[in-house]
Design a protein. Structure first.
Length: 985
């Protein structure tokens, strides 16, 4: 009996001790104004126990010890900690707004995030205020100019509706894709550029092959509207992006759209009106009477006078507008963000323009205490009129024909609307008035992300994260060239043309991950991830062309000749990954991981390729080396290594068959490219080292990163004996190297109650080299060595531009004896972005400058103008060392002598990318109706360059990186001025 009593007494003591060790911590979180903060993360440090504040800013959490440290964190505010106990269980906490990024949470993994101060990679991040808060952005990529170190961003054309390319950290492939992977709320987005088929008329690329890449098509990431984007994070290195698989070998752009927040419901109405005009007009040649006579224009000049056809074509002012209405809000259980956006943009060329409508609904719902769903749905309709520009071997594209149009010609229609024939065989005014070249896309982007908390203990937790995502669009293209066009009369071959295209594209993605967090008493925390992913890609393009139209009829069925072209790509990718993160009290953060991938694009579709990664970040400032009064807020050393792969192209493993007609019967012929059943992926191996430093209460921040990236097993086309029945085969036969340096400096020179000024400098440089080439050197891109081409040669830059040379004009300019001289390099010497933000009272001002130093371009527009004698500087004598020849005669004389150099120019520029000035009016000043924000902004308002054309940032071959500095009479770029008003209710 005594023993039982003793046991019961001991049990009661244990129970009492346990009860004494437990207490409920509670309190309220507010901001400086006293308003409650909803959704603040509250975590018991060293455990997995956590909660968030409710609609009143209140929190309540059970603590299983007599004392604990609580951590409070909220996006845009400085993190805070307090010590709580049973005697002092909490209270009101005020969080201050954050002006530094050290505590920012960065999305880098498939299922987890990392605090920026612990990152071992140089991940670039920009928020909504930088994306669309300064000025209205035509496309998403345009918002990145000058803001992302290591990114080479260029517009391929000035045509409305996009057409841009993004290259991260140099050349990653020669014949493969070099575009990064775009992920929107877990959806892998297709960013293809689909041929329009207009080369049936222009004969650009193979005299009518409908697989042209010279027809100035849009890229599909342009479909997104920037107004719905909350943040963009760019993973540039393989150690960061490799976890996303082989689609991410060229980098990853992670786009997170806006979500609702628990609390007061918000209605926002925004309206933008603007004007756009050509960035630059070149002007006309100042013709002398002798020049007019030599060109056979004396009589026409007397009859018609002079007309500035450049102004007739490109001197127009387009109108643009953007309207957005959004609703957001929610409660502890459900949040929502619903938005509608409509954009309308007139082009500077007649019958060109762009409209886009977008509807988005993002819903977050806490199904149970353990299960949360995030549903994102977006419908987009985008329509663009592209015009008819770029290369044209039939002298029919607008820019090409303009070069051969003289100002004394009369191209205006008569009283009956009939256009006279142009002297070049093409009337440029008639072409812009009558030709239709339109794109119409309907797109659905949907995802469901689910998180299930499988179990939670004091020191560990396990959750399951799943994603189901789909990107689907239908692209319809239509180009109509009426039979009545004068260039058909002059040529007499096609008799009009009608071209219809239809593309259906789908990317389905399914992914599942397990994430285990484990905390130890020593401060060593572990996060383990395992997961599997699957992506199915199916794109089917059909282009039907009709020529010799029946009178005014444009129907394909009524034409005398019809032809169809189909290209279908089906790709299935499967992968897995494992990753372990170790965090020692935020002092040392290390990661090791492995990704495995297989794809139907590889020669062996069942073979798994493995890509490891490892990185470490050491926060020296967390070790106590400096006292509390030190001005060093952060001093981090970091290093990262990773590998990633690039799949072979879809058709590299197959022998392709082409349709033909023999003796009136249809048949098949074999392609000259032989499929290779052993072709494998390209492999990147990148080492990145760097440091991040913050000083003087984070008023000075410095980031320095050096990277060295090798690309092995580069895919090339090797020549094979014609006795095989083929001429070439895709093989893994080269190695590339990219080295680069990225530096940023952030300053807050002024910060007080009345005035705040922050300024950031982003500087970066990349250089590439072909370090191994198992086949003979070869040229690619462009049209011929006499006009300037890229050359792939061991020991040389992958972006070097070469051309023919007259040996009589130089000494040792062709040391290899291959007949080519190096005239330049498309890679820039460096890029510098300068970003400024000023807040003065109720005024906000922001400005972005971008300086691209170096990098050459092949300007074939000037070649055409020189051959026609219409170049604006034809008679200037600034190039000939003897001062005898005008610039036009000097350039053509050099070219006829065998030198390609006259058309290769420095493509440097300095631009004011963005500037905006806004005034904020609180609702107290407008009878509590709404908070108002009014302002004016501009894009590309100031442009400084010596390049002898409309814009040095252009590409006749679209997003092809090893041909994207070549121009042939493009659609001119534009500058924009916008007026804004936003009301928040």
């Amino acid at each position: 009996m005594k023993t039982k009593f003793t046991f019961l007494f001991a049990l009661m003591l244990c129970f009492a001790a346990t009860m004494q060790a437990q207490f409920t911590a509670q309190g309220k979180i507010i901001e400086a104004s006293g308003e409650p903060l909803i959704g603040v993360s509250v975590l018991v440090k060293g455990t997995t126990l956590g909660t968030i504040t409710d609609i009143d800013g209140m929190y309540s959490i059970m603590v299983n010890s007599s004392e604990a440290e609580l951590e409070f964190s909220y996006l845009g505010y400085k993190s805070s900690t307090i010590i709580v106990s049973a005697d002092s269980p909490g209270g009101d906490i005020t969080l201050a707004e954050s002006t530094n990024q050290l505590d920012e949470i960065v999305v880098t993994g498939l299922a987890t995030n990392v605090k920026r101060s612990n990152l071992a990679n140089a991940v670039a991040s920009i928020g909504a205020s930088e994306i669309s808060g300064v000025t209205s952005q035509p496309t998403m990529e345009g918002a990145l100019y000058g803001k992302i170190k290591g990114a080479d961003i260029r517009s391929n054309s000035g045509a409305p509706g996009g057409g841009m390319s993004v290259k991260l950290r140099g050349v990653t492939s020669i014949f493969g894709s070099q575009q990064p992977l775009y992920i929107v709320d877990g959806v892998f987005m297709d960013n293809s550029t689909i041929s329009l088929g207009t080369n049936v008329v222009s004969a650009a690329a193979g005299g009518g092959n409908t697989a042209s890449n010279q027809d100035d098509a849009s890229n599909r990431i342009a479909d997104l509207v920037t107004e719905d984007i909350e943040s963009i994070e760019v993973l540039k290195g393989a150690s960061a992006s490799g976890i996303y698989g082989s689609r991410a070998a060229a980098g990853v752009v992670i786009i997170t759209t806006k979500k609702g927040k628990a609390g007061k419901n918000e209605v926002k109405l925004s309206q933008t009106f603007g004007l756009l005009s050509a960035t630059r007009l070149l002007g006309q040649r100042n013709y002398s009477p002798e020049a007019v006579d030599a060109l056979g224009g004396t009589a026409a000049l007397a009859a018609n006078g002079l007309t500035d056809y450049e102004k007739e074509l490109f001197g127009n002012t387009g109108l643009l507008s953007t309207t957005q209405l959004s609703f957001s809000g929610g409660n502890d259980q459900t949040t929502y963000y619903v938005s509608g956006v409509y954009k309308d943009e007139e082009g500077i060329v007649e019958n060109t323009g762009y409209t886009k409508g977008s509807f988005r609904a993002n819903i977050g719902h806490q199904l149970t205490d353990r299960i949360k769903l995030d549903v994102s749905s977006n419908y987009i309709n985008a329509q663009s009129g592209r015009g008819f520009f770029n290369n044209g071997n039939t002298n029919t594209t607008v820019g090409y024909a303009q070069a051969f149009t003289y100002p004394w010609e009369n191209l205006f229609p008569d009283a009956n609307g009939v256009y006279p024939a142009g002297g070049a065989g093409s009337n440029i005014l008639e072409t812009t008035a009558k030709v239709t070249n339109d794109e119409n896309v309907n797109r659905f982007i949907n995802s469901v992300n689910a998180t299930a908390q499988l179990f939670t203990r004091d020191n560990q937790s396990l959750k399951l994260v799943g994603t189901v995502a789909r990107d689907q669009y239908n692209l319809e293209t239509q180009a109509i060239f009426p039979r009545s066009l004068t260039f058909f009369s002059a040529d007499g071959s096609l008799g009009g043309a009608s071209i219809l295209g239809n593309t259906r594209s789908t990317i389905n993605r399914l992914a599942g991950f397990l994430v285990h967090d484990y905390y130890t008493d020593s401060g060593m925390n572990f996060t383990t991830q395992v997961g599997m992913t699957g992506e199915d890609f199916d794109r089917n393009t059909i282009i039907t062309t009709a020529t010799d139209l029946n009178g005014v009829e444009t129907s394909i069925s009524q034409a005398a000749n019809q032809a169809s072209f189909q290209n279908q790509i089906i790709q299935k990718d499967r992968g897995f990954f494992v990753q372990e993160e170790v965090n020692f009290n935020d002092k040392v953060f290390a990661t090791i991981g492995l990704r495995g991938d297989r794809s139907t694009n590889n020669g062996d579709a069942s073979k798994m390729y493995y890509y490891p990664k490892a990185n470490i970040a050491v926060n020296l400032h967390e070790f106590g080396f400096w006292n509390a009064d030190s001005q060093i807020n952060q001093f981090k050393l970091r290093a990262a290594y990773g590998e990633a792969g690039t799949f072979a192209n879809f058709n590299d493993r197959f022998n392709l068959l082409n349709g033909t007609v023999i003796g009136g019967s249809s048949g098949l012929t074999s392609s000259t490219l032989r499929g290779n059943s052993s072709v494998g992926p390209e492999r990147q191996k990148e080492l990145e080292i760097g440091t991040d430093i913050a000083l003087l209460d984070n008023k000075v921040s410095i980031e320095i990163t050096y990277y060295n990236k090798n690309v092995d097993d580069v895919l090339l086309r090797a020549q094979i004996p014609t006795s095989t029945g083929f001429t070439s085969e895709v093989v893994n036969a080269a190695e590339l190297n990219n080295k680069g340096l990225e530096i940023s400096l952030g300053l807050r020179p002024i910060e007080n109650e009345n005035l705040t000024w922050t300024t950031n400098f982003n500087w970066w440089k990349n250089s590439s080299e072909v370090t191994k080439l198992d086949i003979d050197p070869f040229n690619l891109g462009g049209f011929a060595a006499s006009l300037g081409q890229y050359r792939i040669q061991e020991g040389s830059s992958a972006t070097q531009i070469v051309g023919t040379i007259n040996p009589d004009n130089c000494d040792n300019c062709d040391p290899d004896g291959d007949g080519f001289a190096v005239y330049g390099d498309a890679e820039a010497d460096f890029n510098l972005g300068w970003i400024n933000n000023v807040k003065f009272g109720n005024f906000d001002m922001a400005m972005v400058w971008h300086w691209k130093k170096g990098g050459d371009g092949v300007n074939l527009s000037t070649l055409l103008y020189d051959l026609a004698g219409t170049t604006w500087d034809y008679d200037d004598k600034t190039l000939d060392p003897s001062g005898e020849l005008g610039n036009g005669d000097y350039r053509t004389t050099q070219w006829f002598a065998g030198n390609a150099g006259p058309w290769i120019e420095d493509a440097s520029y300095i631009r004011m990318r963005e500037i905006g000035l806004y005034y904020n009016i609180s609702k107290e000043n407008v009878k509590d109706l709404a908070d108002l924000r009014i302002g004016v902004s501009a894009r590309n308002l100031i442009n400084i360059f010596d390049y002898n054309s409309y814009d040095p940032e252009v590409s006749n071959f679209g997003g092809n990186v090893l041909a994207n500095s070549i121009e042939v009479t493009p659609y001119p770029a534009s500058k924009r001025i916008n007026f804004h008003i936003t009301a928040t209710f």
